[in-house]
Ligand binder design. Structure first.
Ligand code: HAM
Length: 437
């Protein structure tokens, strides 16, 4: 097989046999976000490169090493979004969403692109579900955001996922911490990677999340941020914890979490699990009070999170959480002869109008092959009609599970006659499963 039939490294296909799993978790996410009062936002897959440079940050791994950036034919520098926060913030400003009343609450599901080393749980094209709130300074907003992420995991029945929280302070108290980090890393100048050497002066905090093994080891001994945050930031953090306690959300304070993106201030958090290998962070987020003004807006306290949908599905699989299979074909109509084919085409349309799943042959198969196909797709009922049945104006429908048959008229009475038996059978199945449980 050549290039024409191979996907690009780090990208994955979601096949028809698996897409129901995606639809299921996406529905849970959507419902949860909506129950917290969030509305969906959809932004373009690409943005001006400068948007990410300014928001994600010039010295981050994402901007320095991982962005898919290209010049258009018109000479503009464009980047495929590596994450969803920057585009949503840009849209918030561009469309003056603040005029619609604060806080503005938006959620999204989107593809993201990062040129990272592909491995289990780390792709170059991946999917994020995220939520963002603009215009909410209170610690209650931080707790609400964390509760929203947590309740998605809960709804899906996920266990052993640990919430780790930290505060990285505000722009002001960060200065003391940055100075402490700088003097610590100065002592390891000869061991840091070239990227981190350049970060030493510009943004030493970024050395803490460098993926290089040597830098990672050195970072383990670095001073942690909580010792340096100011009184206001400390009070804010305490209040976040109070509200998390009130909502019975368990957490541990992990003073080493700083997140890999530059826009964060104060609260940061991650949901981590040990059941999916090295890429153990399923969800990450935090407050970003400086981002909206950095992009040219009024100072707007904001916050959010994003979770990786691939990693979430890996957790469901690792924990043997079964996702309900989608319904299969309710009635397959096999037809033999031109008149029967025309008739079945019409009946199938009627069934679909009644919101049933109906199918018939569209590839010119013979009768036996059509029945084999009905079996393969798991049709609940099947019906065979030939030209004789049309003359007699009746045909037999077979329950594929138990072989029982019943007769239906082929005129206007068809749909009601089928529905009656269909519902009867459905009720029987339900009461059987109730007595079994
Ligand atoms: P992030 O930590 O870079 O944060 O990404 C969030 C989540 O996306 C990660 O926890 C992970 O599950 C998933 N993820 C990241 N990179 C990959 C990858 N290469 N392959 C598969 N999954 C991946 C953000 O993106 C922030 N925008 C989150 C946020 C929203 N903060 C505030 N609002």
């Amino acid at each position: 097989m050549g290039v024409l039939t191979k996907k690009v490294k780090g990208a994955e296909d979601i096949l028809p046999r698996d897409s129901y799993k995606w639809q299921f978790v996406e529905n849970v996410m959507k419902k949860e976000a909506e129950s917290f009062g969030f509305k969906e936002i959809r932004t373009p897959v690409f943005e001006h490169t400068v948007l990410f440079n300014r928001s994600v940050g010039e010295t981050t791994d994402v901007v320095q090493k991982e962005m898919y950036t290209f010049d258009t034919k018109g000479g503009e520098s464009i980047t495929l979004r590596p994450e969803g926060t920057a585009g949503a913030a840009r849209a918030y400003l561009e469309h003056a969403l603040y005029n619609e009343g604060l806080p503005v609450k938006a959620y999204y599901m989107l593809t993201c692109y990062r040129y990272e080393k592909a491995q289990a749980g780390r792709q170059r094209e991946f999917h994020q579900f995220g939520m963002e709130t603009y215009g909410a300074a209170d610690a209650k907003a931080d707790a609400e955001m964390i509760c929203a992420a947590s309740s998605v995991f809960e709804r899906l029945g996920i266990q052993n996922i640990n919430l780790e929280i930290n505060s990285i302070g505000c722009q002001d108290c960060r200065k003391n911490y940055t100075a402490a980090l700088k003097s610590y890393f100065e002592g390891y100048k000869d061991k840091l990677c070239p990227t981190c050497l350049s970060r030493l002066d510009r943004n030493p905090m970024r050395i803490l999340d460098c993926k290089n093994e040597a830098c990672h080891e050195i970072a383990k001994g670095a001073p942690t941020v909580l010792e340096y945050i100011c009184g206001d930031c400390s009070d804010h953090f305490e209040r976040v914890k109070t509200f998390l306690d009130a909502a019975d959300v368990d957490y541990t304070v992990n003073p080493t979490i700083v997140r890999g993106l530059d826009y964060y201030t104060r609260t940061v958090f991650e949901f981590v699990t040990d059941c999916i290998g090295a890429q153990s962070t399923v969800c990450g987020g935090g407050r970003y009070d400086g981002l909206i003004s950095e992009l040219g807006g009024q100072p707007t306290p904001s916050l959010g999170f994003a979770m990786g949908i691939e990693r979430l599905l890996m957790v469901l699989e690792a924990q043997n959480i079964e996702i309900p299979k989608p319904s299969t074909c309710d009635l397959y109509i096999a037809a033999l002869g031109e008149n029967a084919e025309i008739k079945s085409f019409r009946l199938i349309k009627e069934l679909r109008e009644a919101s049933l799943i109906a199918e018939g042959d569209i590839v010119g198969r013979g009768l036996r092959a059509q029945m084999k196909y009905a079996d393969k797709i798991g049709a609940k009922f099947s019906m065979v009609i030939g030209d004789d049945d049309i003359t007699a104006n009746k045909a037999k429908i077979k329950n594929m599970a138990n072989g029982e048959q019943f007769e239906v008229p082929l005129d206007e009475g068809f749909l009601n006659a089928f529905l009656e038996k269909y519902l009867e059978n459905y009720q029987k199945t339900i009461s059987m499963s109730l007595t079994q449980n």
